[in-house]
Design a protein around this ligand. Structure first.
Ligand SMILES: [Fe+2]
Ligand SMILES: [Fe+2]
Length: 219
């Protein structure tokens, strides 16, 4: 444990402005300029979303700042880090999509270096790359903030930003998840193996929430 970690005693300390600024200074060293700006954008967007949807603002701000803590590793480096942290990871992801490990490795490394960071914050960092079934409100805030922060620009983004504060947080998450998936398919990218389970879970809940069942297609 380094001296910084030993000085951070409890969750009040890690949610302070002082801790936020110290970790931002760390990130300025760990990440390139563009990625660092992205993390500041995610922190601010997560805080704003948290305020809007009654989620803990300071937890959201911290998770947003730290979510890409391990983003600067190359494929070999991130695999090595996952092994060093003894993470149980999907073999397909490990071999074929190692960059998606940066959420789980960041979560494990930060929990070890700063044990006072609340578990909820660590979990939202772990889940920001792939999403999950049973996301908490904080998990959804961080996932959405990562996709919608002001520095982002991609097809369909404007329409989702227009839904902020209009639809529920879960609907905003589902809509964001859908757009991320669409863009991956459109670009002929591989998708995380958990994507089907997550999509099926949330689309069923969305239908239950709206009471609408889509018309069945005919073959
Ligand atoms: Fe990320
Ligand atoms: Fe990110």
């Amino acid at each position: 444990m380094d001296s910084e970690a030993s000085r951070v005693r409890d969750s009040e300390d890690v949610l302070s402005d002082t801790f936020f600024e110290a970790r931002a200074a760390d990130l300025a060293q760990r990440l390139g300029r563009g990625r660092f700006e992205h993390t500041l954008g995610v922190a601010k967007t997560a805080q704003n979303l948290a305020r809007l949807y009654q989620v803990d603002e300071r937890q959201a701000r911290l998770a947003g700042l730290l979510h890409d803590w391990d983003k600067s590793y190359d494929d070999t480096g991130i695999r090595k880090r996952a092994e060093e942290l003894a993470l149980a990871v999907d073999p397909f992801v490990f071999e074929e999509m190692p960059q998606l490990l940066h959420g789980p490795t960041a979560a494990a490394a930060l929990a070890s270096a700063f044990p006072a960071i609340p578990h909820e914050v660590i979990q939202s960092i772990e889940r920001h790359t792939a999403g999950a079934v049973g996301m908490t409100d904080l998990d959804m805030v961080v996932y959405v903030a990562d996709a919608l922060e002001p520095g982002r620009e991609y097809l369909g983004l404007g329409a989702i930003r227009d839904l902020i504060g209009i639809v529920s947080l879960e609907e905003l998450y589902l809509t964001t998840f859908r757009q991320v998936l669409l863009n991956l398919v459109e670009r002929r990218k591989r998708i995380h193996p958990q994507t089907t389970d997550i999509w099926n879970y949330y689309i069923a809940r969305s239908r239950e929430a709206t009471g609408k069942e889509p018309k069945r297609g005919t073959l």
